[in-house]
Design a protein around this ligand. Sequence first.
Ligand code: NAP
Length: 479
Amino acid sequence: MQTVYQYYSQGQWKSSESGETIAIVSPYLKTSIGSVQALTQDEVNQCIQSAKAAQPDWSLMSIYDRAHYLHAWADELLKMKEELATIMMKEVGKAYQDAIKEVERTADLIHYTVEEAIHLSGESLNGEHFPGGSRSKLAVIERVPLGVVLAISPFNYPVNLAAAKLAPALITGNTVIFKPATQGSISGTKMIEALAKTNLPAGVLNLVTGKGSVIGDYLIEHDDIALVTFTGGTSTGERIAQKAKMIPLVMELGGKDPAIICEDANLELAAKQIVSGAYSYSGQRCTAIKRVLVHRSVADELVSLIQSEVEKLSVGSPEDNATIVPLIDEQSADFVQGLIDDALEKGATLVLGNKREENLIYPTLLDHVTKEMRIAWEEPFGPVLPIIRVDSQEEAIEIANASEYGLQASVFTQNLDKALTIARKLETGSIQINGRTERGPDHLPFIGIKKSGLGIQGVRRSIESMTREKVIILNINEK
Ligand code: NAP
């Protein structure tokens, strides 16, 4: 008998009155591993009302009391690490060891977030510091919660990217509506089982399951949502931005991260970093390296080094910790195949790959990619890497910046002045010098610009984004 998972609201596990459930099919087992509730709008509204009702008391509780629940949550997650990793592996096809690491990283993230929030302090401003002002005015500035936070997470890091939203929202006194990606919602449900074990007050966290295409607009447009924190594809993010009312949005969206390889780069280092950056978890990472812009004079050598590294990659099942695993679904594999076909039709050279078994795409390396090919610009979210040969540093920067995305970039050179010069010209949220693009450690600011996002993540910045400043001005009558 397969488990039918329930949703969580008002401190209780419930089944939808619609009687409808969504079967979750494993991307590699190709069988259902359980099902989740498909909530009705009415039930979504009840969840939001429950979060709204719980928020004042939760925010009035001392931060140390809130911290107690969150630390206990992290401890519960670690206790169920193997169970949660197994579910994540089956549900999103992530290698088991990577899933274990994701749970451990998440527990660390929750503890760190709690400690960071505890140590945040406010500010005071004395009126006399402005021309004509007087010290009779003293402003006290504190950070206060926003209200009910809507957290929407993607499939690829179903535990870590969910906790990166939930922990800062909860510790600062917000209550939360958590809508996991449908493919990822069993992992999300198990996380909330761990949180529920801490006896969190009813209504503080509400887990809403159902297709984004069905309940997404209702959630986003709801009057009682005070902030949307979203990670997912750019087209979904754009839709959310159009639908949202006048509330703050924090968005982590798609990317097309370039690796720029200068003539003087350590090519062996670059090749290793590029391959791990581009192909881990079959390239299903927002910060995967998604194009290589290499100086023509070192291109042949780099391609040959990358080829040797790619040949070492293991292909197969997440249960065997393979690096290249089946993509999340057939449709995603069709999309990646379309990008490969387009590039080959337009004259790209196939160095390796272009082999497919259902939704398993073998690691594919394309050389001599040009600006006319879709793969030069579109995000594959799969194990395919285009090499674009350039004649100068300026050309690399121009192609890098011509992308609609602006998440991260890597620059490989042994000349620090050159690295910084290029980094300063790149239109991305962050730049890695001599390393692969990646998120984390989780306390670093994480920023997507252009179509890669809005706002800033990273522990302290996330805490700030989920609170607002409130100013209380004391008018002192000095005697
Ligand atoms: P997605 O299809 O955009 O889905 C993301 C989330 O949005 C899911 O929970 C989805 O629910 C929900 N959703 C769908 N339609 C919605 C609507 N109309 N209103 C509200 N929510 C809606 O993205 P994905 O395939 O899960 O993730 C892959 C993408 O995420 C890639 O583009 C990747 O680059 C990006 N990503 C970015 C970052 C970053 O930090 N920048 C990190 C990870 C991933 P359903 O699952 O029910 O449809």
